[in-house]
Design a protein around this ligand. Structure first.
Ligand code: FPP
Length: 230
């Protein structure tokens, strides 16, 4: 039997939590609670499938515009996840937070550092959470680092530039999955997704199932990826 072509790196835009809650006459935060459960389940499905790396878009640089209660609820879910991940020593997952953590509160920053440090020696799937992440911010931040270091502009290549992005050391993203019916990238991994395949799905993120993940992977495998060649 022929092996299915799997992406090395999947990016997931966890969208539709608010609509999921609204449909049930629940507060938006209830959608995020359910969304966080889907996130944990999906991490597990990706691990079982042998995916090398998966990045979840949890909070964008634009999400600060949301009501304070909602922002706090998302940060709390993340904090609870970090507590759990500290106990998942047998999972062998490498945890990485992508984004600018400077504006986060000190307790959350400390938890992130502890959880990332604890997973450093792990050799399993890389699980990245994009938090206060923006693709444009990622590129500007890399440019700032390079300018400050006095790098010779003529020595710069796409490869050397990408080593200054939050995703340094990770493979480019091969597949972007966006549930909830929206069809845009919303400032997610804009550099890293240059050659990605996009799969947009109608399901809302809290309802996203293993079957939906497999359907997206089937669609990915069907597409003929040519990287600009013929
Ligand atoms: C987008 O849906 C979702 C977010 C901005 C937050 C995603 C956060 C989580 C799933 C929970 C925390 C994450 C972790 C990693 C534990 P939306 O609110 O824009 O939905 P809508 O478009 O239906 O309003």
């Amino acid at each position: 039997m022929e092996e299915k072509l799997l992406p090395r790196h999947i990016g997931i835009i966890m969208d539709g939590n608010g609509r999921w809650a609204k449909k049930r006459m629940l507060p938006r935060t209830a959608g995020h609670v359910q969304g966080a459960k889907t996130f944990e389940a999906c991490t597990r499905w990706c691990m079982e499938l042998g995916i090398e790396c998966v990045t979840f878009y949890a909070f964008s640089t634009e999400n600060w515009k949301r009501p304070k209660d909602e922002v706090n609820a998302i940060m709390k879910l993340l904090s609870e996840y970090l507590d759990k991940v500290m106990k998942m020593t047998d999972e062998n997952v490498v945890l990485k937070i992508l984004g600018n953590t400077d504006p986060l509160d000190d307790i959350l920053k400390e938890k992130i550092k502890r959880a990332e440090d604890a997973s450093v020696g792990n050799t399993g799937m890389k699980c990245c959470v994009a938090l206060n992440y923006g693709g444009r911010d990622d590129i500007v931040n890399a440019a700032k680092t390079l300018l400050k270091s006095g790098t010779d502009p003529d020595s710069l290549t796409e490869e050397s530039f990408s080593q200054h992005l939050y995703t340094a050391g990770l493979p480019d993203v091969d597949l972007i999955i966006r549930p909830s019916g929206e069809q845009r990238l919303s400032n997610f991994l804009i550099w890293q997704a240059a050659y990605a395949e996009y799969v947009f799905m109608d399901v809302l993120w809290p309802d996203f199932s293993k079957k939906d993940l497999n359907a997206a992977l089937d669609e990915y495998a069907r597409r003929n990826r040519r990287f600009g060649g013929i």
